[in-house]
Design a protein around this ligand. Structure first.
Ligand code: URA
Length: 216
């Protein structure tokens, strides 16, 4: 089993939404590390793109402030917009299953998205929205300092692998700025096409080796 990072100090600065009762298993994800609190507050007040007009809640991220493993998805969906947490719908359930397959749990990894607010009707985020959020993502990477970043889907992949196709490069880790970046399919793709479940499991299986410095 890979060594797991634990948050050193936490405050409950992202609150459970009024009138909504999240499953008990998600409650620990509302605990925000001190190092992320200021950034999450900025995200909560962000007026920088049109998504600010339609969001219910911002979805800055979840997980420990310093952590060896970071996942970056696309944008919050309906459930994430309701709860203010990333990957808490069906894609999140599959992400949890993938994490369990490598001996990890959600509470021990950092999870965020390229865009912190839900695009209406779950449309793709547009370039303006991605640029409006880009600085938040950079700052999250600088705070968390992950050893491995796994991109989930094409929008986060495009940050490190512009112009590439996920079908060609999924699971091929590269070193960028002293860390491994490994492009992965988005869990939702595996929910649509069941044959990708095994592909994603295989891609995930190399994460422990990347974390321990032994890559195949
Ligand atoms: N899909 C994403 O890319 N991010 C989420 O948080 C949920 C679904």
């Amino acid at each position: 089993m890979v060594a797991q990072s634990r948050p050193s100090s936490k405050v409950a600065s992202v609150s459970v939404p009024d009138g909504i009762r999240p499953p008990a298993a998600l409650l620990p994800l509302y605990e925000v590390p001190d190092a992320c609190g200021g950034l999450y507050d900025e995200v909560a007040d962000c007026p920088s793109c049109v998504l600010a007009k339609t969001r219910s809640r911002t979805v800055p991220g979840s997980g420990p402030a310093t952590c060896d493993l970071m996942f970056i998805g696309e944008a919050p969906g309906q459930r994430e917009d309701e709860l203010g947490l990333p990957f808490v719908g069906r894609s999140g359930q599959f992400l949890d299953e993938l994490l369990a397959s490598i001996g990890r749990a959600r509470i021990d990894v950092y999870v965020t998205n390229v865009v912190k607010c839900r695009p209406p009707a779950n449309r793709d985020p547009n370039p303006d929205e991605i640029s409006a959020c880009a600085d938040f993502l950079e700052r999250q990477i600088a705070i968390v300092e992950p050893r491995v970043i796994a991109t989930l889907g094409r929008f986060s992949m495009a940050k490190w692998f512009p112009g590439e196709r996920i079908s060609q490069i999924h699971g091929r880790a590269v070193q960028r700025d002293g860390r491994w970046v490994v492009p992965m399919y988005h869990p939702a793709a595996a929910l649509r096409d069941g044959s990708l479940r095994a592909v994603m499991k295989q891609d995930f299986a190399q994460i422990p080796g990347l974390l321990s410095g032994v890559s195949s």
